[in-house]
Design a binder for this molecule. Structure first.
Ligand code: FCB
Length: 438
């Protein structure tokens, strides 16, 4: 097989988030976040665990950066814990908190790894939640102020900024379905949160540009679960094209078109959308981050089809690599090829076994290869895709699933904190080194 070469300079990396890996929840002045609180609720987390220790990355970041370097990775997407930097969300900066990220960034740059920094990956300071969290319109300003603090501290070295990770999940899993912190089940509050998150993104984008330099780039990471036709028939294609795509219509569409469509407006009844908001939300991004794990199959006769899948991951998500190609083409068309794209997350959880100090995770490797191949196909078709971050570098705290899901290309033994590179990790190393799908 001839390797499928990627464009020169294509960035191969991995992604993580603060609460999922750092631990050290009470150290060096970090304030509590809504995830610390949520984990204490009865039955909120499947295995009753929390992120207070996680992968102990806070103390082991040098080892983890060395690991990335050994895997030939050229970029790393991580998030900043807002309550480390501003323990109560606003006001005085905690020098030790920002100091941790300062050192992490230096360590990455010394290893030749480009940092992509997410400002919000779900760990809202509890003190801000006490004031309504994202349901309070002021949250958009709180977030922009926090963004400025971080960019002032790290912006001389960090050039790539992601405002929010998956605001769909923050709003709807957090406030409508009760599955994520803060665990609410209230559609109106969720709609308010969704709008304020978009506003927060727009205001932060502006603020970051104002304090950043000419090389500063800002974008947002959205999660997608596109609708694919269940067959090639005309009626299935039409059904898929018309089916509600909540993730896209709720977030990508307002950002790209400065408007919510009619069905989103109906769904978001109760959110307060003021004149001028949409212009802020639709400010030009320098790039768009895409998180892709699966897609929905739509049939005209049967609606959403769940049972036609060849394979599911441990999360119960259908393996549908072709959905990634379809999504990239959709975004390429919607942005007329004018917006650089990154895959900021893609990966799979499968049960792993350590045998003689190795992890032979063929299924994860096959998942990644299939998705890399679809990405290559999209680039060949003209999509301006600049990089690909595998979720995740290491096994970690998978939110309400606790430590029972394994997305890492590196295994973590939580009792000893020992890291073992899985076969998929060596595969990613080889792909990154060759800059080609092997
Ligand atoms: C995404 C999250 C990430 C991780 C993966 C599996 O929704 O952004 O933190 O949980 O799913």
């Amino acid at each position: 097989m001839t390797p499928l070469a990627f464009p020169e300079g294509f960035l191969w990396g991995t992604a993580t988030s603060s609460y999922q890996i750092e631990g050290a929840a009470k150290e060096d002045g970090r304030g509590p976040s809504i995830w610390d609180d949520f984990c204490r609720l009865k039955d909120a987390i499947q295995d009753g665990s929390d992120g207070s220790v996680a992968c102990d990355h806070y103390h082991r970041y040098c080892e983890d950066v060395a690991l990335m370097k050994s895997l030939g990775l050229k970029a790393y997407r991580f998030s900043i814990a807002w309550p480390r930097v501003l323990p109560t969300g606003r006001g005085a900066v905690n020098p030790k908190g920002i100091g941790f990220y300062d050192q992490l960034v230096d360590e990455l740059l010394a290893a030749g790894i480009r940092p992509f920094v997410t400002l919000y990956h779900w760990d809202l300071p509890s003190a801000l939640h006490a004031q309504g969290g994202w349901t309070n319109r002021d949250s958009a300003d709180w977030f922009a102020d926090y963004a400025v603090v971080v960019v002032r501290a790290l912006g001389d070295r960090v050039k790539d900024w992601i405002t929010l990770n998956e605001p769909w999940c923050s709003a709807y899993l957090g406030y409508e379905f009760g599955m994520h912190a803060p665990g609410y089940q209230d559609r109106v509050l969720a709609s308010k949160a969704a709008h304020h998150l978009l506003l927060a993104h727009g205001l932060a984008l502006r603020a970051i540009r104002a304090v950043g330099d000419a090389n500063t780039r800002v974008g947002v990471t959205l999660n997608f679960e596109p609708n694919l036709p269940a067959s090639d028939s005309e009626e299935d294609r039409q059904a898929a094209a018309e089916a509600f795509d909540w993730q896209y219509e709720g977030f990508a569409e307002p950002i790209l078109t400065a408007a919510y469509n009619q069905r989103m407006l109906e769904r978001m009844a109760g959110a307060e959308i003021r004149p001028g908001d949409m212009a802020i939300i639709a400010a030009r991004n320098d790039f768009l981050g895409i998180n892709y794990y699966s897609a929905k199959l739509i049939s005209a006769k049967r609606g959403v089809v769940y049972d036609d899948d060849p394979e599911f991951t441990r999360m119960g998500w259908a393996v549908r690599p072709a959905g990634l190609y379809a999504l990239l083409m959709q975004l390429h068309r919607a942005t007329r090829g004018q917006l650089p794209l990154y895959i900021t997350e893609n990966g799979a959880s499968f049960a792993d076994q350590v045998v003689d100090g190795r992890v032979h995770d063929e299924r994860r490797l096959a998942y990644l290869r299939a998705h890399f191949t679809e990405v290559h196909r999209a680039i060949q078709a003209g999509v301006d895709l600049r990089g690909y971050f595998v979720w995740s570098l290491i096994d970690n705290f998978e939110w309400s699933f606790g430590y029972q899901q394994f997305f890492g290309i590196v295994h973590v033994d939580y009792a000893t904190q020992k890291r073992i590179v899985k076969d998929s990790g060596y595969y990613v190393r080889d792909v990154a080194t060759a800059n080609a799908v092997l």
